[in-house]
Ligand binder design. Structure first.
Ligand code: SAM
Length: 277
């Protein structure tokens, strides 16, 4: 199937605003499905584009639900997915769907596999991290720098609040790097495929809102010490913040970015015990 020709024949105009950079290499698309470890089941795709990934997903999964915001792609998808009977296309903005609505479309456990537009990366990942209940993994083609942030180790420049938030409930692995020339049209950054495998019982975090606050506060001013950030964020004295770190076996002069995810969980559990808000 010559996707580029179909797009030309249909007079399709790429819309930059929607981050339309399509993947066409079938081998690569198969490799992405292998990275996603799909063996049947339901896959939710966000941004079907011209349906190239959707077609390959339909071979690996029992059913595929594919969202696409751009109505101009409807007639392209009618052609490219004509023989994919297990695909349901939803022509809509995925961000307008509430998580329970999205999950009820999937019917039970599901994987997300998507080459997502750059502008959606963080909000989309955070929605699944914070709100989804039935998702087992996200295998996403995203900007390489963002993938590196998700997989970063403590005390590196890439390590930040999003790293901790994601790694507290999931395991993150970069499975491949995609150079920009693999996309049509070519973007001006390289990409990576990242697999985020949920494991929500990894840590005991009953009060997710408080955990998020601890992480946000700890990274609020990266140049400041953790004592400073905790003292401002939780309206406590510096001495109280120091006592808190001592109780957590953390050096009083440390910065938030030096803490492992486990240490963040320990800090949060201590803050919860002390009923700080
Ligand atoms: N999956 C295709 C591929 O790999 O070639 C297309 C990927 S392209 C990077 C991202 C797609 O997401 C575009 O087709 C774009 O129109 C669509 N999109 C952007 N924002 C969206 C949204 N909020 N909801 C659903 N689709 C969206």
């Amino acid at each position: 199937m010559d996707i580029k020709q179909i797009l030309r024949d249909m007079g399709f105009r790429f819309n930059k605003q929607f981050g339309q950079n399509f993947l066409t290499d079938e081998n690569l698309l198969n490799n992405i499905c292998n990275d996603a470890q799909i063996d049947g089941g339901t896959v939710l795709e966000i941004g079907a584009g011209a349906g190239t990934l959707t077609r390959v997903l339909s071979k690996h999964a029992d059913s595929v639900i594919a969202f696409e915001i751009d109505r101009n792609l409807q007639k392209v998808l009618d052609i490219t997915l004509a023989d994919c009977k297990n695909v349901k296309v939803v022509m809509a903005d995925v961000m307008r769907y509430k998580m329970p609505e999205l999950e009820s479309l999937c019917g039970g456990a599901y994987r997300v596999v998507a080459n997502i537009p750059y502008y959606l990366t963080s909000p989309l990942i955070m929605r699944f991290v914070e709100e989804a209940t039935n998702v087992t993994s996200l295998t996403l083609t995203i900007q390489k720098e963002v993938a590196e942030r998700l997989a970063a180790k403590p005390a590196t420049k890439d390590y930040g609040a999003i790293t901790v938030a994601v790694n507290a409930v999931a395991d993150v692995e970069i499975t491949r790097i995609l150079t920009r020339d693999l996309f049509y049209p070519q973007p001006n950054v390289d990409s990576a495929v990242v697999r985020i495998t949920f494991n929500r019982s990894k840590f005991n975090i009953p009060n997710a809102a408080l955990f998020r606050k601890v992480v946000r506060v700890s990274f609020a001013m990266r140049r400041k010490t953790l004592v400073n950030n905790l003292s401002v964020g939780f309206a406590i004295s510096k001495e109280q913040a120091q006592d808190l770190l001592v109780a957590c076996n953390l050096p009083v002069g440390c910065r938030g970015e030096e803490l492992s995810v486990e240490q963040f969980v320990n800090l949060y559990q201590t803050i919860e015990r002390l009923q700080l808000k």
